[in-house]
Design a protein around this ligand. Sequence first.
Ligand code: IPE
Ligand code: IPE
Ligand code: MG
Length: 255
Amino acid sequence: MDLEGLDPNRMPVHVACVMDGNGRWATKRGLPRTEGHRAGEEALFDAICGALELGLDWFTVYAFSTENWRRPADEVRFLLSVIADQLLLRRRAELNEMGVRIRFIGRRDWRVPKGVLKRMDESAEMTKHNRKMTFTVAFNYGGRAEIVDAVKALIDDGVPSRKVDIGAIKKRMYAPDMPDPDLVIRTSGEFRLSNFLIWEVAYSELVFTDVLWPDFRREHLAEAIREFQRRDRRFGGTRSGDREGAVEGDSDLAP
Ligand code: IPE
Ligand code: IPE
Ligand code: MG
């Protein structure tokens, strides 16, 4: 991979991707949309290898949204099998050897087939001690659902309103130990987040590219990080990287 122009001292800790454009990639080639998902899985594996080469600690992908159940049943079935059989069953041993810890965020509701849940649990269990990189798959994930679930947990835990602050909510998100993404990449030329990590991206840098996800390779990841390094993150302050200066005791100051 071409690491030219990348500043090793300013690498993002956490990069998240909205993998979009599989359907259009296939349609352009006169193929069924499902072929786009198959090719998208290859692209994902290359991106994971790139993320490792770049030394990222956290790499997260949006694989299936709470809204994706609206798609035709055949396509949903195929998407589930790409995730469960291709990505998890076929790749997990290799990912494990590479030191990747696989985790999942999303709702474990009745819509998710038992077999898929089982494969997710096995993959997470098998890789839980790996520390080279955490690869999180957002599956049956919706940002609004995540916030709703956190609010429900707050109520169930009997937290009084005066005790509700950012920390109390964050603690009840799907992955409380996951740092917020520094960089979010969306492929396929769409300029939206489509309900992805909407709480966590409060201060993320967003990079949009026209590349369709099945064409995405580690070089595109490096390019997006180059773009990230050209940005000036001020976190509401006046100086670059200005995360300091929060008023003591004001737990509602971000990030
Ligand atoms: C992304 O590609 C895959 C998922 C949403 C799971 P799409 O299937 O959305 O592809 P387009 O956007 O229709 O081209
Ligand atoms: C977002 O892509 C969801 C995933 C990548 C899993 P979509 O293709 O579902 O989003 P919209 O419909 O274009 O907003
Ligand atoms: Mg799409």
